[in-house]
Design a protein around this ligand. Sequence first.
Ligand code: DCB
Length: 304
Amino acid sequence: MIDEWHGVSYHGNLEVSDVNLIDQVGRSVVLRGMSSHGMQWYPQFARCESILTTKQAGANVFRIAMYTEEGGYLTNRAVIKDVIRAVDDTLMHDMYAIVDWHILYDNDPLSHMKEARIFFDNISKHYKDSPGVIYEICNEPNGTEVTWSKNVKPYAQKIIPYIRNNSPDSIVLVGCPNWSQDVDICAADPLEFDNIMYTLHFYAGTHGDELRSKCKKAIEMGAPIFASEWGTSAADGNGGVFLNESDVWLNFLDKHHISWCNWSLADRDETSAALLPSAPPDSWTETNLSQSGQYVLSKLSGII
Ligand code: DCB
């Protein structure tokens, strides 16, 4: 399947209908693109020319991963400047922009509730008139103590009204327990907001049939799924690359019209990074692509 390239000016405001995305006139929409790495480390690849190169390969979305910890937002508010710039550059290219509150070692999204509330209130006010902005409110809740009913769902119920108040029609992506894998648990006890999708995250070297079954189960229960982060590597971002396993995953996503972002557009020395070390941020080309980068960029245009 080869899709024609369509972006924000064509599709406008997106909506969730049944388990999939549609646009303002009811056409089906699948978004595909790259995720940045941590914005506190790799903002240079989340800028104009770099994002444009992914668009030229077929991407119509870019995800901006704003870590909360590890030198991210919580201790370094200056990162917002790069986040805003990345969103603006993405919108300038007529692509959808995902603002990702990238919790990770801060397992429970409730642990930084107040900061999340202020951040999402401000950012959804700033982009209230931009149909291209999508909000991802918690990257990967994890840890045995962190459950959907006690932690993640209450967090989502508190944060989403702040976004809705400023930007009533935007799509909101909600992370699931167990590193955004337990989509079936969310599906069994869904949120009562419109235009919500649950995120499925997978790493092809670690996750396979079992996770796909969970996802299928969630879809059958009526849950809309967005694969906002996946990698060709193992779950630690390294190892492999696992391209045969990635093929199986991409066929699965394609079959279910699931949108996706690949981890990550950076030149870190790890196999999941799309660029080789020392890639020039503003002028990287095919020669700078890692094995993963070559593979993923060839899939962005919807050619499976
Ligand atoms: C997720 C995170 C993402 C992480 C990738 C790969 O974590 F959302 O932030 O990225 O998947 O692990 C890695 C970077 C590294 C960096 C590290 C810490 O690639 O360069 O050093 O983050 O910032 C997952 C996903 C799944 C699982 C575990 C993790 N899992 N995890 O299934 O066990 O522990 O980070």
